[in-house]
Design a binder for this molecule. Sequence first.
Ligand SMILES: [Zn+2]
Ligand SMILES: [Zn+2]
Length: 234
Amino acid sequence: MTSVVDERVSNEVEALEVILMDDVIIEREGNKPTIIETVVHPLTGDDTDQQYVCVTLKVKFTPDYPDSSPEVTLRNPSGLDDQRLSMINSKIKEKLAECLGQPVVFELMELVGENLTERNLPSGQCLFCLYDFVEGDKFTKTQCYHYFHSHCLGSHLIVEKKYYQEYLDKLPNWQQMQAPPYQPTCPVCRSEVSCNVDALREAPPPIESKNAEPFPLTPERKVQKQQYVERFCL
Ligand SMILES: [Zn+2]
Ligand SMILES: [Zn+2]
C-alpha cells in the first residue's frame, strides 16, 4: 500500500533518521510513517556517566499530522517520579498546541531533553543516609545503575573492608592465604563495583544531612537502620 506522504512529514522523518540514526525507531504503514520512538537523555554531551535520568518519547502521528497534534506518550522513565512526568507532560501539551500545523518531533525532543538536564538527579533516597539527592550533592552511579552519595558509599566501603579484614584475621593462616582479596560490591545488588574509595570518602556529606536535626531517629528510620546493620555489618 502506498499513499502520498505529506512533505512536511517526510522531511521531518528523513531528518530524524539522518541525525539520530540507530537511536530512533520509525514504524511505518506502507510508506507512511506512523510512530516515532526515541530515548531522550539529559544534554551532557558524550559524558553518558553523568546522565541519571532518561525517558522514551513516543510520538504517534494522526492521519492528518501535522495539521492535527500527534499522540505523545512518555514511556520507561528512569529516575523520574510521577510528579515530574506529569510536569513534562503538561509542557508537551502546551508545545503541541503552539506548534499545530508544523512538524513537532524535534521540538518535543528538545523540550524533554532540556527538562531532564535541568534536574539531572536520580529521584529517591540514598540507601545509607536515607536523604534525597538534591542539587549540589556529589553522588555516584555504579556500573549496575544504583545511586549513592559518594560520601556515604565511601564510608560504607571503608567499613565493609574493615569488617572483611577482621573476619580474615580470625581465620587460620592457611584459610587466610586462600581467601580472595576484598572486593567492593554494590550494597543493593551485590554486583562488583570499581571505585576509588578514598576519593569517594573525601566528597562532602549529603547536603540535606547538614540541614537536618541531629539525626531524627523516627521509628521508621530506626527499623531501616537496624536492617542496614544486619545486612551489611553482621
Ligand atoms: Zn547518602
Ligand atoms: Zn547495584
